[in-house]
Design a protein around this ligand. Structure first.
Ligand code: HEM
Length: 526
């Protein structure tokens, strides 16, 4: 996700003066709040949780891997736990049943987004994903985005034998990657695949949003990819003003960089939308944006202003889809490659399955998913084991409610610990072992649906990822095309480091020692 903002992180960059002023004021507020704590409704309890310090709350305990610490804390305090990050109380939900109860059964109550300082700068506060709006306008915009994704992905491909546009774009990019990796092997003898995967995935989104594929050396595309990575790096260090709101009034270097990057990203998207506006399915989008405008704007507004607003919504839409759709898919694919080289035996089984069911002559297609259960199981296990989105995007409550007998007030920030669910010993045998077979049915010829549905990667309920199908399909098609034609390893049989580095999307350490061996006939385009 573009806004790879970590929930907490390295707070070492607050200056001593910032800290002193804020401490003094906040100690006072803290004491006042403790003294005048609101009364609990009768018969209900406050969620349990660890005791925190004034001003910083539990920040020190959370350390460098908050998903692991919160998992440990939840073992002591339970699936509904309240912690304090800075001055902000945060409800942390663990356990698949509790999370389903909150996000699905009580979906309306847990669907909000918190008013975090950083979120206000993403897409000028108009983002579908991050804005605090979860009412009528948000619903219309989510629908618009879902329709746009459908139009851009599953529509039949007019110019090729592919079954849909998505298959055509991914297949083309995956072919290019095979060719690029072969060329890198010849010229450099080893390479870092991430640098090339990221551009290919960005290209798929570009093709879907703008109907245009960029060359891998295109400066415009490369600058956007770099911008997004820079954004991820800054955001991964965490923004203290999100959790100590008072800090937003003090000058902050992180916030300045954050605003600047957001502005540059928006300008980039606006430029490409202007350049490629003619390739949008405007009638479809305008129909929906018109009804959206009807909800939120004065109906007497003149036509020009309506069109402008419509275009503005398209900019926001592209901003949302681009941001959400390319970092996630790139990260998933690069985790797949890491697991392939870490477990050569598993890679061999995927090769066997591909050879047996597709051969090496025909290109893999999306419809092959059901013929390749082991490969599908591998992808599921990658999602589960890496849990590279350890938390969903933060939620917040839209009204006072009760969960598992605990009183939960309106506007409380809620973290959903996906990592905990994916490593819960009550749900998984040996959760720390990477074992795709856990997802195969008794016959080993199909995926065990009940097991696969326990993996939590795309969130649940009203805020569930709208790009889930596209994300899964992209990962499948990129992976099968690469693995059908190439065998991956690292130089000298070396090991790679697959320890996740904390962030909203957790990455592994980059590895420049990848090697490939071609596996027979290749049908790459030159
Ligand atoms: C492997 C790929 C992907 C993963 C793991 C993933 C995961 C997620 C997660 C965890 C959320 C937050 C859910 C929540 O807050 O409860 C999310 C939201 C979202 N995702 Fe994805 N995603 C992926 C790919 C995509 C793609 C390809 C697109 C679009 C092109 C997309 C668009 C979105 C949008 C727009 C939201 C915000 C939904 C809302 O707030 O209503 N995602 N995704």
């Amino acid at each position: 996700m573009k806004a790879a903002m970590s929930l907490v992180g390295n707070w070492g960059f607050i200056s001593a003066t910032e800290l002193l002023i804020a401490s003094a004021i906040l100690c006072l507020i803290f004491i006042t709040i403790r003294f005048y704590r609101p009364q609990m409704p009768k018969g209900l309890k406050r969620p349990p949780g660890p005791w925190g310090y004034p001003l910083i709350g539990n920040v020190l305990e959370l350390g460098k891997n908050p998903h692991l610490t919160m998992t440990q804390m939840s073992q002591k305090h339970g699936d509904v736990m309240q912690i304090q990050i800075g001055t902000r109380p945060v409800l942390v939900l663990s356990g698949l049943d509790t999370i389903k109860q909150a996000l699905v059964k009580q979906g309306e109550e847990f669907m909000g987004r918190p008013d975090l300082n950083s979120f206000r700068y993403i897409g000028d506060g108009q983002s579908l994903t991050f804005s605090t709006d979860s009412g009528e306008v948000w619903r219309a915009r989510r629908k618009l985005a879902q329709n746009a994704l459908k139009t851009f992905s599953v529509s039949p491909s007019p110019n090729s034998s592919s079954t849909c546009l998505l298959e055509e774009h991914v297949s083309k990019e995956a072919d290019y990657l095979v060719m690029k990796f072969q060329q890198l092997m010849e010229e450099e003898k080893s390479f870092d695949p991430y640098r090339y995967v990221v551009v290919s995935v960005a290209n798929v989104i570009c093709a879907m949003c703008f109907g245009k594929r960029y060359s891998h050396d295109d400066q415009e595309l490369l600058s956007m990819v770099n911008l997004n990575n820079e954004f991820g790096n800054v955001a991964a260090s965490g923004n203290p003003a999100d959790f100590i709101p008072m800090l937003q009034y003090l000058p902050s270097r992180t916030m300045k960089i954050f605003k600047d990057l957001n502005k540059r990203f928006s300008e980039f998207v606006q430029k490409i939308v202007r350049d490629h506006y003619c390739s949008f399915d405007k009638d479809n989008i305008r129909d929906i944006t018109d009804s959206l405008i009807g909800h939120c704007q004065d109906k007497k507004m003149d036509e020009n202003a309506k069109i402008q607003l419509s275009d503005q919504k398209i900019v926001n839409l592209v901003n949302d889809l681009f941001g959400a759709g390319f970092d996630t898919v790139t990260t998933a694919l690069s985790w797949c490659l890491m697991y392939l080289v870490t477990y050569p035996e598993i890679q061999r089984k995927i090769h066997e399955e591909l050879d047996h069911n597709i051969g090496r002559e025909r290109k893999p297609r999306l419809s092959d998913r059901f013929r390749l259960p082991y490969t599908e199981a591998f992808i599921l296990e990658m999602f589960r084991h890496s849990s590279f989105l350890p938390f969903t995007i933060p939620h917040c409550t839209t009204k006072d409610t009760v969960l598992n007998g605990f009183y939960i007030p309106k506007d409380l920030c809620v973290f959903i610990n996906q990592w905990q669910v994916n490593h819960d010993e009550k749900l998984w045998k040996d959760p720390s072992t990477f074992n795709p077979e856990r997802f195969l049915g008794a016959e080993r010829t199909e995926i065990n649906k009940a097991e696969s549905e326990k993996v939590l990667t795309f969130g649940l309920g009203k805020r569930r990822c709208i790009g889930e199908s596209i994300g899964r399909w992209e990962v499948f098609l990129f992976l099968t095309t690469l693995v059908q034609q190439l065998e991956f390893s690292v130089c000298d049989g070396g090991k790679v480091d697959i320890t996740p580095q904390y962030g909203l999307t957790m990455k592994h350490k980059r590895c420049e020692r990848f090697q490939i061996k071609p596996r027979g006939r290749s049908f790459c385009r030159q």
